[in-house]
Design a protein around this ligand. Structure first.
Ligand code: ATP
Ligand code: MG
Length: 567
């Protein structure tokens, strides 16, 4: 094994110590256990990177395990998308994809075992009654009137539960632990419930289903997981996790809890994300505004950037909130390295260069990526009629506006200096075209007489331009903490009404004509963009991944050593 190199944190320290003491015989075997009830989101990426990353660092293995104990909410569509996403992030479970439902037979046997040892009983209380009997944090619970059933009666009833003799909700199998435990999870937790529901894998083979707590630790045990890493809300479940594996006398993995990822302007709950999809607030699970990894991918974020982000945020024992701008910072950093630069005009304004010969076309040489010389150069056609951005012209320029305005000279990127001579307006008084002259001596962007211009703008030759639709995004929610709501409102009240802007008739340089779906570019001065799968031949659709401005870098330079977490 190579010496460990990953970022240091308390879970890694625990593993280092276990390696030293030989606790698991020098093995590291983790698992990523999604419930297939929705698409994975950026929070899951943290867990995926942690589980797969730690195992890889210590020469170990990671299983993918579907925690499919909840047939009513689970679907094969979700299983497929989860697999695709984990692979996209760059991780490989090899031949170790498992399902908790594979263990239903074994879990049932273990249920019988705990009945035989007097540690489980069939309870006839309704769900509501179970809740009432459980007590509160300050009051102990009351024993169920069914707690004293004989082993024989319990065995008989549990077998008949399995055989389908009883209706949903009429009975449960419960562990007999301690109704006065300060930990509510230990007050005779439910192990099995009756649910006559079709399961996406086992069909109608079962009408009783194990609860999460009765399935998770034992699944870990069956797979001989060493470190069962989960989020902090399971800390109070750990005594129960330990209790089951100890009472059953089976191999005992170690559960370790870490902080879940929370991000500003973002909701990370599959239930709420499902609501957004079902109520049509977004176009689907992979809408580029969604924090799902499918959405993030479609938006143009790279797996490398997500992995870097997950490494940078670290792992801790207390929950906090990470700035969305930190994620964006990592995306920009990665795209800056790899995205080819191109010129595209998303809100076109026609420019006619009156003294440029009609019919003449020059091929201007442009650099593909100043960060990476190996990406080479390309030719961009220049001609008499061009498009520039509407915002690069002002008839009445305010102070410090150095782009085009009547009489003002600017540089066209990789082209010439041009000077604006006049503007043509429509009947509404809007500028629809401007007329300029160019200085033939300035080809390539410098004047032989040494005169300077204060700005450089991008452009696209009208005759050569490729048309495209461009989708600009803002945060899906308008406030930093979208789950904070006013009375009587739900989280959808916090949606940002301006999260999507669609621009039709953008003009791109011709090198983009055959840009494949998912390819990523920097449109000079405008941001990073990628080709959306909605594109069809001759009708390209681009998503803006991010604008160029990096607010995180700004925050960081403003306050050196700025904390990543908000208090
Ligand atoms: P959600 O609340 O979004 O439905 P979940 O915890 O129910 O999430 P699971 O499918 O059970 O979703 O999660 C699989 C794994 O991913 C679990 O180990 C869980 O702890 C982890 N996980 C889920 N959300 C986050 C998050 N925001 N940050 C880190 N890990 C997470
Ligand atoms: Mg869950």
């Amino acid at each position: 094994m190579n010496p460990p190199t990953g970022p240091s944190h308390f879970i890694r320290d625990i593993i280092l110590e276990d390696m030293k003491t030989g606790k698991f015989g020098g093995r590291v075997h983790t698992r990523f256990p999604p419930e297939p009830n929705g698409y994975l989101h950026i929070g899951h990426a943290k867990s995926i990177c942690l589980n797969f990353g730690l195992a890889a660092e210590f020469g170990g293995k990671t299983n993918l395990r579907f925690d499919d104990t909840n047939p009513e909410k689970e679907e094969t569509e979700y299983v497929d998308s989860i697999m695709e996403t984990v692979r996209w992030l760059g991780f490989d479970w090899e031949d170790r994809c498992f399902y908790a439902s594979d263990y239903f037979g074994q879990l049932y046997e273990w249920g019988l075992q705990l009945i035989r040892s007097g540690q489980a009983y069939v309870c006839d209380l309704t769900a509501d009654e179970v809740r009432q009997y459980r007590g509160t944090l300050t009051e102990p619970g009351k024993p169920s009137p069914w707690r004293g059933r004989s082993v024989e009666e319990n065995l008989d009833l549990f077998q008949r539960m399995k055989a389908g003799e009883f209706p949903d909700g009429s009975r449960t199998l419960r562990a007999k632990i301690d109704m006065a435990s300060p930990n509510l999870n230990m007050r005779d937790p439910v192990m099995y419930r009756i649910l006559h529901a079709e399961h996406h894998r086992t069909g109608d083979a079962w009408c009783i289903y194990p609860m999460y707590d009765f399935a998770h630790g034992q699944s870990d045990s069956i797979e001989r997981i060493t470190h069962s890493i989960c989020t902090l809300e399971f800390e109070d479940h750990r005594p129960l996790y330990d209790w089951y594996v100890e009472q059953l006398g089976i191999y005992h993995p170690q559960q370790i809890e870490f902080d879940r990822l929370n991000l500003t302007y973002t909701l990370l709950s599959k239930r709420k994300l499902l609501t957004l999809v079902q109520e049509g607030h977004v176009r689907g699970w992979d809408d580029p505004r969604m924090p799902t990894l499918a959405g993030i991918k479609r938006r143009g974020f790279t797996p490398e950037a997500i992995r870097n982000f997950c490494g940078a945020i670290g792992v801790s024992k207390t929950n906090g909130i990470i700035e969305l701008s930190l994620l964006e910072h990592h995306v920009r950093e990665d795209l800056n390295r790899r995205a080819a630069r191109v010129m595209a005009v998303i809100r076109p304004l026609r420019v006619v260069i009156d003294n440029y010969p009609e019919g003449q076309v020059e091929e201007m040489e442009a650099v593909n990526n100043p960060e990476d010389a190996s990406m080479g150069v390309r030719k961009v056609p220049f001609s008499r009629v061009l498009y520039i951005e509407q915002e690069d012209f002002r008839e009445d320029p305010p102070k410090q506006y150095y782009r085009l305005s009547p009489g003002r000279e600017v540089r066209l990127r990789y082209g010439y200096f041009i000077t604006c001579r006049s503007a043509v307006k429509n009947e509404k008084g809007e500028v629809v075209e401007i007329h300029c002259t160019y200085d033939p001596e300035t080809r390539g962007g410098n004047a032989p007489d040494g005169r300077k211009v204060k700005s450089t703008i991008h452009w696209v030759s009208a005759a050569h331009a490729v048309d495209a639709e461009v989708r600009l995004y803002d945060t899906l929610f308008a406030c930093e903490n979208p789950s904070e709501t006013k009375e009587g409102e739900d989280f959808t009240a916090n949606l940002n009404p301006h999260s999507l802007e669609i621009l039709r008739g953008a003009k791109l340089e011709p090198s983009l004509a055959n840009a494949p779906v998912e390819s990523r570019y920097q449109f000079e001065r405008l941001g990073y963009f990628c080709v959306d799968p909605d594109s069809t031949p001759g009708n390209l659709v681009f998503n803006r991944t991010l604008a160029l401005r990096d607010t995180w870098a700004r925050i960081e330079s403003r306050a050196q050593g700025a904390p990543r977490k908000k208090p």
